[in-house]
Design a protein around this ligand. Structure first.
Ligand code: FE
Ligand code: FE
Ligand code: ZN
Ligand code: FE
Length: 166
């Protein structure tokens, strides 16, 4: 593969690729959250997942807004990292035979997802600011705040309600 056959050459290309990465990831997270809501038994955990499903839909819309500011069509690129996090959670949950232990595992898996998202949005905000894309940075900051709040909420629920499972 020669230098010019690679499709990422500039920071602008890398920025767009990362936006497409998190767009794909949010789509997979939306699907996964539906399954996690069904699997969760604890009421507070279920509620937190339901709230975050709504936020995830808003986050997808926000990403579409960012694409539109950049005059790009919203498009996803494969994100093996989020596929792996979701697959690991799925495989683990199939091995768990106690619903309370399953809740603790679901919360932990969801926090791995939130941390992936926080890493991606943190990077995109820094690059947006570097590139003078203030409007994009402001939109992405709203999403980052939701991911951080979701992560904190899961910590609270886990510490108060889930981690004492037998
Ligand atoms: Fe998200
Ligand atoms: Fe990725
Ligand atoms: Zn990639
Ligand atoms: Fe999230």
């Amino acid at each position: 593969m020669g230098l010019f056959s690679k499709d990422i050459q500039t920071m602008d290309d890398l920025y767009l690729h990362t936006l497409e990465d998190i767009y794909y990831a949010e789509q997979q997270i939306e699907k996964a959250l539906h399954k996690m809501i069904d699997k969760a038994s604890d009421g507070a955990l279920k509620e937190a997942f339901e709230k975050h499903l709504q936020e995830t839909k808003d986050q997808l819309q926000r990403l579409e807004d960012v694409f539109s500011i950049l005059d790009k069509k919203p498009k996803g690129v494969n994100c093996p990292a989020i596929d792996g996090i979701i697959k690991e959670a799925d495989e683990l949950s199939k091995e768990i035979g106690d619903e309370k232990v399953l809740d603790a595992a679901l919360a932990a898996a969801a926090q791995a997802v939130e941390h992936y998202e926080m890493a991606r949005y943190g990077t995109l905000i820094a690059w947006s600011q570097e590139m003078g894309r203030t409007e994009c940075a402001d939109i992405l900051k709203r999403t980052l705040a939701e991911e951080e709040a979701a992560d904190k909420k899961l910590t609270q629920i886990a510490e108060k309600r889930l981690n004492k499972a037998p």
